[in-house]
Design a protein around this ligand. Sequence first.
Ligand code: ATP
Length: 423
Amino acid sequence: MKAISLSVGDELVLGQTVDTNSAWLSKELASIGWDVAEHITVGDDKAAVASAIVRAAAQCDVLLITGGLGPTKDDLTRDALAVVLGEPLEMNENWLQQMEERFRRLSRVMVESNRVQALIPRGARMIPNTAGTAAGIDADFRSPAAKRPCRIFSMPGVPKEMQSMFRLTIAPELVATGGGRVILSRTLHTFGVGESSIGEKLGDLMNRSRNPSVGTTVSGGIVSLRITARESTRAEAETRLEQTIAECHGVLSDLIFGEGEQTLQSVIADLLTRDGILRVSTAESCTGGLLAKILTDIPGSSRYFQRGWITYSNDAKIEMLGVDPQIIATHGAVSEEVVLAMSRSARQKSATDYALAISGIAGPDGGTPAKPVGTVCIALAHPSGQFARTFLFPGDREMIRDRSVKMAITLLRYQLNGKTIPF
Ligand code: ATP
């Protein structure tokens, strides 16, 4: 069973309002077993709304329209719907009375134009609005070109009104007619390798026809896998979802750092406090304190975060962390030798279990052929030694600094898990 959402409003097509109604409806529909095939957005134009209704209704079982049910001249959805259905608009006396009662209760005058909000195409059903004045419309339609009938629900655009109308009246109807299918989704997060590499590793797991399906999205360098199972019972969907998640873990192993709401820093917080408390300190150059900021984003981080140094200049590295000037002179401030010295000193001075150090060229200036912009050295001093790695991150200054911090946390995560970094 397929649904389509149609959002109506000039403010939406002009980009002044973001269409949150469709996103909200898609999530609600998925939770009751309905697939959403398309989101359509049109302006306040009667002909455009009517043609969108006809086109969409030919391709789905349920069409959910939001917006354009208000009392003003630019609210044209009910007129467009009447044209499509080939029926005149009729006053719904039941809703008119409820509206009059509502205005009386609020001691407000109901102007003539409000009466429009009780107009319903003949043969359609009125949907009460518990949060506003415009009645919703529930109509059956079969377009001449379509093989199947389409049920059309038209709701107000105001998110609060639309949401309560959907939950109270429409969702129960769709649960009853949706064949009881259950759609369950989970999201896994990876960091360290790009989306194409993740796609290659997942191979057939990402086949479009597969159920549960596996899809990827990228945000801030974090590649997330969305795994969605569509089954006739919740138990079956849960079992199949677990199987596919286990397969993804089998293929991607430690590249997966977390799930759902988890972040790199929340995972690190869990690891540092898993068996007793392990403490960490930071020594940063090009990230200017961002690593310390991210690590302390987590409430309760004072249990494991001890202190951080921002040693942006060479002098600061020498004076605050005791880095040997000769090392800087020989290898440059952006070098594995310097970050090793920074992390070793940070760990000693703060008496922590771990110390992370970062030095790099965030740009846009300062790059050389040997060390181009994006070159970042990261070191980790740990209870049994230390190591450093050099990375070349793409992008602008903000992106390079962001990836440096995420990579530093990732190096710590692998170390805490006793695993070898696979990239
Ligand atoms: P009203 O009775 O208030 O006129 P309506 O059904 O005519 O309701 P609109 O006039 O289209 O709805 O929109 C009312 C409010 O809801 C506006 O602030 C609008 O920006 C917001 N809105 C409408 N559609 C959406 C949408 N798809 N996503 C988010 N907000 C929306």
